[in-house]
Design a protein around this ligand. Structure first.
Ligand code: GRF
Length: 243
């Protein structure tokens, strides 16, 4: 049976799309059973509906407390066969902190993608903060979610060199291309049962230590991406495009 997933989005859902695309071509043996958003207008909901996937808006403002909102999310997700020891929950641009009660409903089974090399630049503007700081290497991280924002054990990170004079938006766009590689890769490992957490450390069974791009497309990920998850060539991917 394909590994069941619930995905939470608040916006465009391009990371959701990258995962759906890899499922469609058979690179990930999983099934997105439900997509939920706290924002009724989130395009991520539309992406799911286009593929016939159940998509529901659950506006957080309709709930008296954070706990009540999260309890409703848990109820819906559980109804789709995702719970303790069953499947996983993916945060893909979901802009709400989850309560301990939510996390207890899916122990060690909630992943998030963040557009910075954690623990640097947590928070809502990771890529822009990195650009403003003037770092020479920026990137993105997939991590397990714990009760602290952008804090749980890291599964995979990708680094890219920054470009002189590059603004936050341009850097964020280049990082996003790599997010679309490392998030599907991490989900694939999770679905294959290859991730184990030891304290703050995530062990990825059988993964290579790293993979590197080249001069035309400089990047590095650790662990290494596997075939099927590598970035498209630079022309198509725009990894080095100046915008
Ligand atoms: C991504 O940059 C992700 O890292 C961050 O929010 C953004 C969501 O983008 N958490 P999208 O909705 O997946 O296009």
């Amino acid at each position: 049976m394909p590994f069941p997933l619930a995905v939470l989005v608040s916006g465009s859902g391009s990371n959701l799309q990258s995962i759906l695309d890899k499922i469609q071509v058979g690179a990930i043996d999983a099934e997105v059973r439900v997509v939920l958003s706290n924002k009724p207008g989130a395009y991520g909901l539309e992406r799911a509906r286009k593929l016939g996937i159940k998509a529901e808006a659950v506006p957080h403002s309709a709930f008296p407390t954070r706990e009540a909102f999260d309890a409703e999310l848990v109820r819906i997700i559980n109804n789709h066969g995702i719970g303790v020891g069953q499947g996983a929950v993916l945060l893909a641009g979901f802009m709400r902190m989850l309560t301990p009660e939510f996390l207890r409903a899916f122990p060690q089974r909630v992943l998030n993608i963040h557009p910075a090399l954690l623990p640097s630049f947590p928070g809502t503007h990771g890529a822009a903060d990195a650009a403003a700081y003037g770092v020479r290497l920026a990137g993105c991280s997939v991590h397990f979610v714990d009760e602290i924002m952008d804090h749980g054990p890291v599964v995979i990170q990708a680094a890219v060199p920054t470009q002189p004079g590059e603004g936050g938006e341009a850097l964020a766009a280049r990082i996003l291309k790599l997010e679309h590689c490392i998030y599907p890769q991490a989900v694939s490992w999770l679905a294959q049962g290859r991730l184990s957490i030891r304290g703050r450390h995530v062990h990825v069974a059988g993964a290579s230590p790293a993979c590197l791009g080249d001069a035309a497309q400089p990047y590095m990920t650790s662990p290494g991406l596997e075939p099927g998850f590598l970035p498209a060539p630079p022309d198509a991917a725009g990894l080095m495009q100046q915008t």
